[in-house]
Write a protein that binds this ligand. Structure first.
Ligand SMILES: [Zn+2]
Length: 416
């Protein structure tokens, strides 16, 4: 078998395409494979599929292919053009590459696998290409995947805001809680940011949506009420967001008390910030002893902490009625605590109580997609390397979109 036959087989080329010439450049570790087609072959108009004889050929182009051993391998060909009476002079599709692509489909498929496994910079090094080239493959893969994704409304979604670029800009993310995929990313965290997601579906299609997990954020609440039929029965305020508000209140109590104590030279609360933010069972071993002393001391912060820890039980009830009775006791305790930040937090939750208690009908939270959140967090950390919000979107869709990213399989069928 000579090198022409070898490459014809390696490339899986079918009639009328064939390998015409193989040039090996040993010092540069490079193989150039020139492709051509049999004379008299007919090719299809890409618009209608009708076959015609060749009208002329486009200028020669090249495509990077999978390396042969360590030889960078580049395919060269002149694409045939056909003259269709209906669609004019068009370039026939080539079996090894997508229209406009600079890499063969097999190379893109490999590159996508590498990009999924690591960040763009490392992938570019492994693949022997520039950052921009690697990024472009990622971008094309997302566009391809979004184009072919079936557009059914998920039955349970989680809505979340994500800060990028050091907290100065926000994006709105909609996740499918069952598939653990990011379905949509919108600019900002406004009402319109979320409405745009719902508006992509016909009003009848939105009926399929059964439950929405979200934060107590008025623009999102308004978007759901305006666009989702029966939204008030479907919205569930995410328990982790609620607890975050309460944890923030505990921290405010601590800050104020610490300042007051320091004014009298008392350093009891110095360097205790994170101890109060942990859930009881997560306080690190090395700090347990100190924390046990602190939480039993006569401190406002200790009372706020006990309130926070107690509220976590709300979601453990199996019936809404029991949870409601627990809430009433907790609310009385919190509002009589004389701790202003805790009273504010309790009142905020009380204002939203109906959609806190819808939890007992749907039992959803944004944490269902736990793996998804940690993937997004990794992308957020790298986001400073992305030049803009658009790039953050591409990266999230690429890693978390549940998309079919790969080019269509290398076709061995007859072309034209
Ligand atoms: Zn045509």
């Amino acid at each position: 078998m000579d090198s022409i036959d070898l490459y014809r087989q390696l490339l899986g080329l079918a009639e009328p395409w064939t390998v015409q010439r193989v040039e090996m450049d040993i010092p540069r570790l490079r193989v150039d494979v020139h492709l051509g087609h049999a004379p008299g072959a007919r090719f299809a108009c890409p618009a209608c599929g009708c076959e015609f004889s060749v009208y002329d050929h486009a200028a020669e182009r090249s495509w990077r292919h999978l390396d042969s051993c360590q030889f960078q391998t580049v395919l060269h060909a002149r694409a045939p053009r056909v003259s269709c009476p209906e669609h004019g002079v068009r370039q026939a599709e080539l079996p090894w590459a997508e229209p406009g692509g600079r890499f063969t489909r097999l190379f893109e498929a490999l590159a996508i696998d590498v990009l999924l496994a690591t960040d763009v910079k490392k992938a570019a090094t492994i693949l022997g290409m520039t950052w921009d080239e690697a990024w472009h493959i990622m971008e094309r893969a997302v566009l391809r995947g979004r184009r072919t994704k079936p557009s059914a409304m998920p039955s349970m979604i989680g809505v979340d805001e994500k800060a990028i670029a050091k907290g100065h800009r926000y994006m709105t993310l909609v996740c499918d809680l069952e598939q653990a995929t990011v379905e949509y990313i919108g600019q900002d965290r406004k009402q319109a940011s979320l409405e745009a997601y719902f508006e992509a579906f016909e009003p009848e299609a939105r009926q399929a949506l059964q439950a929405i997990s979200l934060d107590m954020w008025p623009p999102y609440i308004n978007a759901c009420r305006d666009k989702v039929p029966g939204a008030d029965q479907k919205m569930v305020f995410d328990r982790f967001h609620i607890m975050r508000h309460v944890v923030d209140a505990v921290d405010t109590v601590r800050k104020r008390e610490h300042k007051a104590l320091l004014d009298t030279g008392d350093t009891t609360l110095t360097k205790s910030k994170y101890l109060w933010l942990y859930s009881a069972e997560n306080v690190p071993e090395k700090s347990r002893e100190r924390f046990n002393v602190l939480k039993n001391a006569q401190l406002k912060t200790a009372r706020a902490w006990a309130l926070k820890e107690s509220l976590r039980e709300l979601w453990n009830y199996s019936r809404e009625g029991w949870a409601r009775r627990f809430w009433q006791r907790w609310y009385f305790w919190a509002t009589h605590s004389r701790l202003a930040p805790m009273i504010d937090a309790a009142k905020m939750i009380a204002r939203h109580l109906p959609n806190v208690l819808t939890y007992f009908s749907h039992r959803i939270s944004n944490a269902v997609a736990e793996g998804l959140n940690s993937k997004i967090a990794t992308i957020q950390k790298r986001a400073c390397g992305y030049r803009n919000a658009e790039n953050f979107k591409i990266a999230v869709y690429f890693h978390c979109g549940g998309l079919d990213l790969w080019p269509h399989r290398w076709t061995h069928s007859k072309v034209g």
